[in-house]
Design a binder for this molecule. Sequence first.
Ligand SMILES: NC(=O)c1ccc[n+]([C@@H]2O[C@H](COP(=O)([O-])OP(=O)(O)OC[C@H]3O[C@@H](n4cnc5c(N)ncnc54)[C@H](OP(=O)(O)O)[C@@H]3O)[C@@H](O)[C@H]2O)c1
Length: 310
Amino acid sequence: MTPEPGPLAVLPVADPLFVDAVRAAGGAVAPLSASTRGIVWLDNAGGDSLGEVLAAHPDVNWVQLPWAGVDSFAEVLRQHDRPGRIWTSAKGAYARPVAEHALTLLLGVLRLLPTRIRADSWGAKGGASLYGRRVLVVGAGGIARELLRLLRPFEVDVTIVRRTAAPVPGATTTVTVDRLDEVLPAADVVVLAAPLTEATSGLLDAARLAHMKPGAYVVNVARGGLLDTGALLAALDAGHLSGAGLDVTDPEPLPTGHPLWRHERVVMTPHTADTPEMTRPLLAERVRDNVRAYLSGGGFTGVVDPRQGY
Ligand SMILES: NC(=O)c1ccc[n+]([C@@H]2O[C@H](COP(=O)([O-])OP(=O)(O)OC[C@H]3O[C@@H](n4cnc5c(N)ncnc54)[C@H](OP(=O)(O)O)[C@@H]3O)[C@@H](O)[C@H]2O)c1
């Protein structure tokens, strides 16, 4: 479907980086008005005000969202999708910094960095290597594929779990998510790199964590809602899992003083797999690409399916 191009508004504030990105790709930027046809939405805080803008401007036919995951826009997508309106996100755009961070968390937890960093004396030998391990990645998008590339030197055996069936190049095995329980017990490491949707909410719950190989590791760079926080803590404390690397939590922010913060087998970062310094130029690139697509009648990158939620 090809939206009829028209003036684009950069909202809620016309950030010069993104105004320039629209113009560099040949788009016309103008303040929001009845003639606005496309919106580049930059707000951090979910979708309420975007919903108001769309309700008042039903002729908007393209909306570029700022994040790779659009879970915080779920309500806007539900209420304001309509035939002919295209939604795009930054999915895939932040793959490099986030995959880099996933590998950082994984190596940190394997090498017992939480304990080593807090130590004030020599300590006992310990730690594990990534070489030759079995890694299961949930997700086959930008982050998963970049992580697969970064993992190559470690000669790991990668199983990809995704929603659709196409095999992912470089993975030993690709399965659809209905087969997760079949492949889960063989994995030494499970990395979550899928969107938070109705289908993935609570994906790694207590039963699935119990189903994981004793001594395995979990890394979550996706969204906290994919992993049951209490069940993870219990699995770590029971010694069933060896460690976790978490950039995202449920709830988020994780309350000050929560036992996961100072857990000796957890490396935790406060949703900093990507930072504004990293994402801004990547989002500007996505905006340029999609403005070109908008003006030339198609070929958008990062198209969101509102029914699937990603
Ligand atoms: N920590 C951070 O700062 C940070 C930064 C960026 C993104 N993220 C999160 O990471 C997620 C992934 O980012 P991305 O850029 O890689 O997104 P992406 O390119 O949209 O990839 C999403 C992948 O998830 C898979 N998926 C969807 N539903 C699934 C299900 N029910 N079971 C298993 N796999 C499923 C998709 O499978 P198919 O390919 O089969 O459709 C797709 O391969 C985002 O949605 C976001 O929530 C976090």
